[in-house]
Design a protein. Structure first.
Length: 141
């Protein structure tokens, strides 16, 4: 697993060096580590997770707690095309639809394997009565 982390970190470094990657305006991404980051405004939060579907790995999300968020998912390959073996970014945008609190778990694994996920992140999200999103925590498990 350490080799996979180093490979992903290398590709991210190369992409950052050449200024390649998603262009986000306001607010700036808050990095958690070299795999995950997030942006949050008043009623939406977007998690950006490095992904490489050409290796068979993919992100899966589950929500527990109250149903307070609507989920949109998208993938963006690197700016030089979707080259085999090249990483991209998986985006999960959550929009507040009701007040309450939920926990979102992100797992990066191969669906057909019974191995533990390569990465797991847990986000605890609270939505206020006026549908304002607060990220209480976002950690790697």
């Amino acid at each position: 697993m350490a080799i996979i982390q180093r490979i992903i970190a290398f590709f991210i470094s190369v992409l950052a060096f050449f200024g390649i990657g998603p262009k986000h305006s306001d607010p700036p991404a808050q990095p958690v580590d070299n795999i995950a980051s997030y942006t949050c405004d008043e009623k939406q939060i977007t998690f950006s997770l490095v992904s490489n579907p050409s290796t068979g790995f993919g992100w899966e999300t589950t929500q527990s707690g109250e149903s307070v968020l609507k989920t949109d998912e998208s993938f963006k390959g690197n700016d030089r095309g979707n080259l085999a073996g090249a990483p991209g970014t998986q985006y999960y945008t959550f929009t507040a639809i009701a007040p309450g609190k939920t926990t979102v778990t992100f797992r990066y694994a191969r669906a057909w394997e019974n191995n533990p996920p390569a990465y797991t992140y847990i986000a605890v999200i609270r939505v206020s009565a006026d549908l304002q999103i607060t990220l209480e925590s976002f950690t790697q498990a």
